[in-house]
Write a protein that binds this ligand. Structure first.
Ligand code: NAD
Length: 292
């Protein structure tokens, strides 16, 4: 069998960012507000990466750092200020929030027209009904990766198993795939016979957070495998970032596969920037109140 196609998100995201930078140069500078509550180290790293990515394409980042004991009322007031500020095009609240804050309530308070993460129930609803393909960034990033091989491999009528049913990855990804007329099964922690299900899949997308969950006995020859998982494991050489797929042993079975790192991760950030442009195009340049 031929070597698998390595779906390199580092390279593709750079291409996508360059394309976006060119497009954005025709418009007034867009501004993205990022709200980070507390001192979680990983969240700080993610937010910094998003700020840097904004700058690389000519988006103006507006970082807002709030102390870990910010009250829900204070956070909601901050969001309301940004909702009403015409200089702000998108608002992102970095998750997870400290435990005393209700994430659902906070995300619901963001104006859907500025909901760059697409976590607001209104935007998720439009995605579910198929009215819109505006989706959370990881899901959009996955579609960009699949689109990069569309000349050799099409989604239409394929059997897809999405392993992981979270609101931020599994469910919205399944909705986008359904829009492409694939047949979707969503597996989760109570799913029985995960191996048998995966063996029926032309495409496996896994977003769970368990290293080596998907092993070579679970993958059909010629399948496409997208690994969203991010797990830090201890090795003799120190800590290492790995996905949910046993990449070394699975890769030769596949038609195409994402590595971890340099697979879905960089695409997520690129897709976030594209999401900001989508919001601008849809809700500002159309000059109407159509939220779709
Ligand atoms: P989550 O914890 O919200 O959801 C995990 C899902 O996996 C749940 O639906 C759960 O039912 C399911 N699950 C748990 N154990 C399972 C099992 N044994 N078999 C099948 N399903 C099982 O997680 P999340 O926020 O969706 O993130 C999942 C992983 O993706 C994490 O490793 C996270 O770090 C990573 N992630 C990566 C990116 C990226 O850009 N690369 C973005 C978001 C999340």
């Amino acid at each position: 069998m031929n070597h698998p196609i390595l779906l390199n998100g580092s390279i593709l995201s750079q291409q996508k960012n360059e394309e976006l930078k060119k497009i954005l140069s025709n418009y007034p500078t867009l501004s993205l507000a990022t709200i980070l509550v507390g001192d979680d180290k990983a969240s700080h790293i993610y937010v910094q990466a998003k700020i840097k990515a904004c700058q690389s394409v000519g988006i103006n980042p507006v970082p807002i750092f709030l102390s870990k004991d910010t009250t829900e009322q204070e956070l909601l007031e901050q969001i309301e200020l940004l909702n009403n500020d015409p200089a702000i095009d998108g608002i992102l609240v970095q998750l997870p929030l400290p435990k005393h804050l209700d994430s659902y309530k906070v995300l619901e308070s963001i104006n859907p027209k500025k909901d760059v993460d697409c976590f607001h129930p209104f935007n998720m609803g439009n995605l579910s009904t198929g009215i819109s393909n505006f989706a959370p960034a990881t899901s959009t990033g996955i579609m960009m990766l699949l689109d990069s091989i569309k000349d050799q491999w099409s989604l239409e009528s394929k059997n897809v198993v999405v392993v992981g049913a979270s609101n931020i990855v599994g469910k919205p990804t399944a909705m986008l795939l359904l829009q492409k007329e694939a047949t979707i099964t969503i597996a989760h922690k109570k799913t029985k016979n995960l191996k048998e299900l995966c063996l029926t899949a032309d495409l496996i997308i896994v977003a769970v957070g368990k290293a080596n969950l998907i092993t070579k006995d679970m993958v059909k020859k010629g399948a496409v495998v997208i690994d969203v998982g991010m797990n830090r494991i201890q090795t003799e050489q120190g800590t290492k970032l790995v996905g949910d797929v046993d990449f070394e042993n699975v890769k030769d079975l596949t038609f195409a596969i994402t590595p971890v790192p340099k697979g879905v991760g960089p695409m997520t950030i690129s897709a976030l920037l594209h999401n900001l442009y989508f919001l601008y195009q849809h809700y500002h340049t159309k000059n109407n109140n159509d939220l779709r």
